[in-house]
Design a protein around this ligand. Structure first.
Ligand code: SF4
Length: 456
C-alpha cells in the first residue's frame, strides 16, 4: 500500500461540534446556523479557498481550468478540510485538481445513458416500477466525481415548469410506476415552496406509493434540516431518504443532529457511498463509515463503483477493491450495517450487485458454502421440495412490460433471452426454405404458452 508523503491520520478523524475554519471565526452564530447564509457564502475561487487551505499547484490548476464541473463549497463543509494535508478526504471530494481534465478509456459524459432512457426530459424510467426524477441541477456543494456532471451545477440546464408538468403527465399515464425517486442535483436545495409543490403534485397521483429523496444536503449543509423542513416532509409520507456520504469524517455532531431530526420525522434513512480512490478505498475506512451510519440510524444501502464519467477517472478503483471491502464488512458487523456493492452498468444496464462468492459448490441436494471466517460447510436441501402450492392474488403480480428478465425465465414465461438480431446472425443471410418455415418446431411445450422468440 503506497502512502502520500504528506498524509496524516489527523486529517481522517471526525471533528468536534462547531468546527470552523479560522477565516469564519468572526461570523455570528446566527448567520453560521442559517442555511441561506451558508449558501450565499459558498467558496468558489482560488482567493477564497486559499484563505482556508494551503492549495497545491495541482489544485490551483483544477480551480483555474474552464469547462469543468462548477466549484462551490459551503463554509461549513470547507471548515472540515485539513488545511495542510492534500490527502484529506473532505478536500479531495470538493476541491478540483488538474486530474479532472485527463481523459480516460471508456469515459462518457452520460455514462449511464440517463438522457437516452428518459421518455420526457428529466425523468429516467429504467426499472419496471420506479422512476428517477431530476428536479434541479443545483447542489449545496459539488462533488468532483459527480455522475451527472453533464448538467449539475449548470443553471441553464435546469428543468422548466413545463418539463415538470410533462414528467407529471407521464407518471399519471404510467400506472406501473409506484415509486418515485427525487434527485438532481439535490432536491433539498429547492426553495421550500417549490419542493412542497413537487411533493404534493406527486401525492395526487394515486398509484405512486412511495416517494424517495436522494440528498447530500444533510452532509454539505446540515443547517438546512430545520424543524420547518421536516414538518413539511412529514406531510408526504410514506417518504424515504437516502443520504450520500463517503467518509466517517463527514459525520459531524451537526450532521448527527440533522439525521436525528429526519428520523424523528418518521423518514427511514438509507445511505449511498461512492467507492473513491484516495478517499475511502480502504476496508478500515468503510468499516468505520458503516458503523457510524448505523449508530445514526441510517441503514447503509449502496456502495457504488465510481462511474466512467468524464472528470472522474482519477477517483476510480478496481472492482476487486470493492469486493475486498465487502469481504471486510459481511460477517464482521451486523447485517444492518452491510450495504450492497453495485456496479451501475454503462449504457443503462442498471445496478448490478457484486460481492464475494459464498456459494462454493452445488450437488443434487446439497450446497457447499463458506462464511466470512473461511468456515466451509454444507446445507442439505429437502428431497421433496417442488415449489409453493398456495394461490396468490392476481393483483399482487405487478406488470413489468418487457422487463421480466431472468425472473421470467425462472417462472417459465420464456425459454430464452436473446441478444439483439440473434436469429438474423444465425441465418447467415439465408432465405426462408422448406426446413425453417414451420415455426411450431420451436414452440416449447408448457413454456409461456407461446413460441420461443426463434424463427421470427
Ligand atoms: S450532491 Fe449528488 S448531484 Fe450534487 S454534485 Fe454531489 S453527486 Fe452530484
Amino acid at each position: 500500500m503506497v502512502q502520500h508523503e504528506r498524509a496524516t491520520t489527523r486529517s481522517q478523524l471526525q471533528l468536534l461540534r462547531g468546527t470552523r475554519a479560522p477565516a469564519f471565526a468572526g461570523v455570528a452564530d446566527e448567520d453560521w446556523q442559517d442555511w441561506r447564509w451558508q449558501l450565499k457564502h459558498r467558496l468558489n475561487s482560488i482567493g477564497e479557498l486559499a484563505e482556508i487551505i494551503r492549495l497545491t499547484p495541482e489544485e490551483e490548476e483544477g480551480i483555474r481550468a474552464s469547462g469543468i464541473l462548477r466549484l462551490d463549497i459551503t463554509p461549513y463543509f470547507a471548515s472540515l478540510i485539513d488545511p495542510d494535508d492534500p490527502t484529506c478526504p473532505i478536500r479531495r471530494q470538493v476541491v478540483p485538481t488538474g486530474r479532472e481534465l485527463v481523459p480516460f478509456t471508456a469515459e462518457m459524459r452520460d455514462s449511464l445513458a440517463e438522457d437516452l432512457h428518459s421518455p420526457v426530459p428529466g425523468l429516467v424510467h429504467r426499472y419496471p416500477d420506479r422512476v428517477l426524477l431530476l428536479i434541479t441541477t443545483q447542489c449545496a456543494s459539488y462533488c468532483r466525481y459527480c455522475t451527472r456532471s453533464r448538467i449539475v451545477g449548470d443553471p441553464h440546464a435546469n428543468f422548466s415548469p413545463q418539463e415538470f408538468e410533462a414528467q407529471l403527465d407521464y407518471l399519471r399515464r404510467t400506472p406501473q410506476v409506484r415509486d418515485v425517486l427525487l434527485s438532481g442535483g439535490d432536491p433539498l436545495i429547492l426553495s421550500p415552496k417549490v419542493l412542497e409543490h413537487v411533493l404534493s403534485s406527486l401525492r395526487e397521483i394515486p398509484h405512486i406509493e412511495i416517494i424517495r429523496i436522494g440528498s447530500r444536503v444533510p452532509i454539505f449543509l446540515p443547517q438546512r434540516i430545520t424543524p420547518e423542513l421536516t414538518d413539511m416532509l412529514a406531510k408526504y409520507h410514506p417518504l424515504w431518504m437516502n443520504i450520500h456520504v463517503n467518509h466517517p469524517k463527514e459525520i459531524t455532531p451537526e450532521v448527527e443532529d440533522a439525521l436525528d431530526r429526519l428520523s424523528r420525522a418518521g423518514i427511514p434513512l438509507g445511505s449511498q457511498s461512492v467507492l473513491l480512490r484516495g478517499i475511502n478505498d480502504h476496508p478500515a475506512i468503510m468499516h468505520k463509515l458503516m458503523r457510524e451510519l448505523t449508530r445514526c440510524r441510517v441503514r447503509p444501502y449502496y456502495i457504488y463503483q465510481c462511474d466512467e464519467v468524464h472528470g472522474a477517472g482519477h477517483f476510480r478503483t478496481t472492482v476487486a477493491k470493492g469486493i475486498e471491502i465487502m469481504e471486510s464488512l459481511r460477517g464482521h458487523m451486523s447485517g444492518y450495517a452491510v450495504p450492497t456493492y453495485v456496479v451501475d452498468l454503462p449504457g443503462g444496464g442498471g445496478k448490478v450487485p457484486v460481492g464475494p462468492n459464498y456459494l462454493l459448490a452445488q450437488g443434487s441436494n446439497r450446497v457447499v458454502l463458506r462464511n466470512f471466517e473461511g468456515y466451509i460447510g454444507t446445507y442439505t436441501e429437502p428431497d421433496d421440495y417442488q415449489g409453493p402450492d398456495m394461490a396468490v392474488p392476481e393483483e399482487w403480480i405487478w406488470p413489468e412490460p418487457g422487463q421480466r428478465g431472468v425472473a421470467g425465465l425462472l417462472a417459465g414465461e420464456e425459454l430464452a433471452i436473446l441478444p439483439q438480431e440473434f436469429d438474423a446472425v444465425h441465418r447467415r443471410g439465408g432465405k426462408e426454405h422448406r426446413l425453417n418455415q414451420d415455426k411450431d418446431k420451436w414452440t416449447p411445450r408448457g413454456v409461456g404458452g407461446q413460441s420461443v422468440p426463434h424463427g421470427g
